[in-house]
Design a binder for this molecule. Structure first.
Ligand code: BG6
Ligand code: MG
Length: 220
């Protein structure tokens, strides 16, 4: 009997490199607004919603923006972002992602996606991986974003695996906190400094094969 029976994936920055596209779209907007923005600040945007991301960018502005203006600029960023994601194909899966997901499913482990992105379904469709998951969280059913554990608990409930038997995989600091608050085993990928609170840090998903601990986890 496997110790873990479910694996819940974040999407942006875990399965595909859309975290890069989010950065480029925000950078374009920040430059237009004459607000300083760099990759270090961008680490704080990972895992947080579109409007919350804008608030972080506006911390460096002297101007006060109304709610309407904020919505206008968040929408503008999303238009830039959508230009990037419309060209996504299965070739844009990050190294090891598909192999790992297929390996899990072969072992009878349930798989889910817990992304706060409103563009998640488009990206999943373009990547051609919709049928690789037992459940994909619909953000319309989620009240609180990461670091609240709600999105991971919702996924765990819907795949029918208790949180203690789930692994969550994230590239964001808030995501790792959410996984741990949900009572799951947290795997961090991407920038090691950002995911330093994870129970296990992998360079990328190809490492599941050579990494002793994760091999043990899915074989146990
Ligand atoms: C998360 C990203 O997956 O989705 C964040 O890590 C992003 O950077 C958030 O802000 C919301 O995405 P969207 O596509 O709804 O603007
Ligand atoms: Mg992410």
């Amino acid at each position: 009997m496997s110790k873990y029976e479910g694996v819940i994936f974040d999407l942006d920055g875990v399965i595909t490199d859309t975290a890069r596209y989010h950065y480029l779209a925000w950078k374009r907007l920040a430059d237009e607004l004459n607000i300083y923005f760099d990759e270090k600040i961008n680490e704080r945007l990972k895992g947080v919603s579109r409007l919350e991301s804008l608030e972080i960018i506006l911390e460096r502005s002297n101007k006060k923006y109304s709610q309407e203006e904020k919505e206008y600029y968040a929408n503008k960023k999303n238009e830039y972002y959508k230009e990037f994601i419309k060209n996504i194909t299965p070739k844009d899966l990050l190294p090891g992602a598909l192999e790992f997901i297929e390996e899990l499913r072969k072992r009878g482990i349930k798989t889910a996606i817990a992304s706060v992105s409103k563009n998640a379904f488009t990206i999943i469709e373009n990547l051609g991986i919709g049928d690789k998951f037992d459940y994909i969280v619909d953000t319309n059913n989620i009240k609180k974003g990461k670091p609240d554990p709600e999105i991971f608990l919702n996924a765990s409930y819907n795949i029918g695996v208790s949180p203690q038997k789930c692994i969550g995989i994230e590239d964001s600091a808030v995501g790792i906190i959410a996984i741990k608050r949900a009572g799951m085993f947290a795997v961090g990928v991407g920038n090691p400094e950002t995911v330093k609170e994870a129970d296990l840090i992998l360079k990328d998903l190809t490492e599941y094969k050579k990494n002793f601990r994760i091999t043990l986890i899915i074989k146990e």
